[in-house]
Design a protein around this ligand. Structure first.
Ligand code: GLU
Length: 427
């Protein structure tokens, strides 16, 4: 494969390791599908990127200035869509790489959106609620020209939640002079959020895990599952798979993990975590480190925490049959290659965690129509869209021998390429 050299190559600021990982996936599938070289080059970098300085008065009275980002990768199919994350490792490259993944994810799911991502480099767990509110509101004011219900619709991501979305919605609305619920998704229900949005990512992950079990003809009666991360996504996935008879043998959070080879009692664990704030000393399991957890023998491994968790240095320790990527970018390209060689099936992030943005789409549509659906309707429509995407990807993979990630990207990128071809190039 001959990578396309861009004249911008030496001078593009977003080319961090994280960004290059997303770009490498694009290069690989572009070569495989014979994507038009000029179109390929247009898709290799974000359409627009904004870096902002965010001065915030802390509770101590001092002012600290944070750095924030919002990147639009592509908007050919509709307004840009993607989450906002608060994390100390946020940088332009990470946000740009994740924005690119959002483009493929929305196209793959057939949603009328382009891809975006945003973030603020900060340590949210060290900040008070008041400081987070001032940080969010000032960030919103700084990126206000980029966002809007027809332009770019943010949503929650790592360490942001429905309260963060309520502050963005309020700040935007105050500035334009009227209430605009559809400027964000993942809002609280009482101000225009959708039923089922909070559970949607985990619901989609659980659905994909079941589809992947059927696809690989996993014959286990109660497939064993290991989940890294027990936040909004990991905990909902655990609950739904447990209810479907899967045996959740280990889970972890930032502080550490627990395991029980006979299966954890997930309802009890959920009650424990909501009281204690961590899985740590739950009586129904033994403690385990994050490395040990990833290496446990199991049928399905679900990374639902940070990116870059399955790497060259630890991939050979894995003893699972299927990986369902609930997090964005949990597998490095070298590890991905190794997993393919070992015939471990990887359900890629762009499919596995797409339940979140799919119900975000429903929330946006309901807000614009001022007509709201029942939770049943939301879940049913989610399953319809996820089911269609799974089927198309599994079929293409079977037909061509492409691994699921490449099959998913090929479907998403083909749709986008068709749209760009029809729209033509301005001027
Ligand atoms: N942050 C989520 C993701 O990475 C959701 C994005 C959205 O709902 O717009 O897919």
């Amino acid at each position: 494969m001959v990578p396309i050299r861009s004249v911008k190559k030496e001078s593009v600021e977003c080319e961090t390791e994280h960004f290059l990982m997303a770009q490498k996936q694009l290069d690989e599938i572009a070569a495989e599908m014979g994507l038009d070289a000029e179109l390929h080059e247009r898709l290799r970098y974000p359409k627009r990127s904004l870096i902002v300085s965010i001065p915030v008065r802390l509770d101590s009275g001092k002012v600290q200035t944070f750095t924030g980002y919002r990147v639009h990768h592509d908007v050919s199919l509709g307004p840009a869509k993607g989450g906002i994350r608060f994390h100390p490792e946020v940088n332009l490259g990470e946000v740009a790489g994740l924005a690119m993944l959002m483009t493929w994810k929305c196209a793959l799911m057939g949603l009328p959106f382009g891809g975006a991502k945003g973030g603020i480099r900060c340590e949210p767990w060290k900040m008070s609620s008041g400081e987070l509110e001032r940080l969010t509101r000032r960030y919103t004011a700084e990126i206000i020209n980029l966002i809007g219900p027809d332009k770019d619709i943010p949503a929650p991501d790592m360490y942001t939640n429905e309260q963060t979305m309520a502050w963005i919605m309020d700040t935007y609305s105050i500035n334009v002079g009227y209430t605009v619920p559809s400027v964000v998704t993942g809002k609280p229900i009482s101000i225009g959020g959708s039923l089922g949005r909070q559970e949607a990512t985990g619901r989609g992950v659980a659905y994909c895990a079941k589809q992947a079990a059927a696809f690989t003809e996993l014959n286990a009666k109660n497939p064993s599952v290991v989940i890294q991360g027990f936040g909004n996504v990991g905990s909902v996935t655990a609950k739904l798979l447990y209810e479907s008879g899967y045996k959740i043998i280990a889970v972890s959070d930032v502080y550490g993990g627990i395991y029980n080879m006979d299966g954890l009692d997930i309802p009890r664990l959920l009650a424990y975590v909501s009281e204690m704030g961590k899985v740590g000393e739950f009586a129904g399991g033994k403690t385990i480190s994050n490395e040990e957890l990833l290496a446990l023998p199991c049928d399905i491994l679900i990374p639902a925490a940070l990116g870059n968790q399955i790497r060259k240095d630890n991939v050979a320790d894995l003893k699972c049959k299927i990986i369902v990527e609930a997090a964005n970018g949990p597998t490095s390209p070298e590890a991905d290659q190794y997993l393919q060689d070992k015939k471990i099936v990887v359900v890629p992030d762009v499919l596995a965690n797409a339940g979140g943005v799919t119900v975000s789409y429903f929330e946006w549509v309901q807000g614009l129509m001022h007509l709201f659906w029942t939770e049943e309707e939301v879940n049913q429509r989610l399953e319809q869209i996820m089911g269609r995407a799974c089927q198309q990807i599994f079929e293409l993979s079977k037909k061509t021998g492409l691994r699921l990630r490449m099959a998913a990207l090929r479907i998403g990128i083909s749709r986008l390429a068709e749209a760009k071809r029809l729209r033509g190039l301005y001027p």
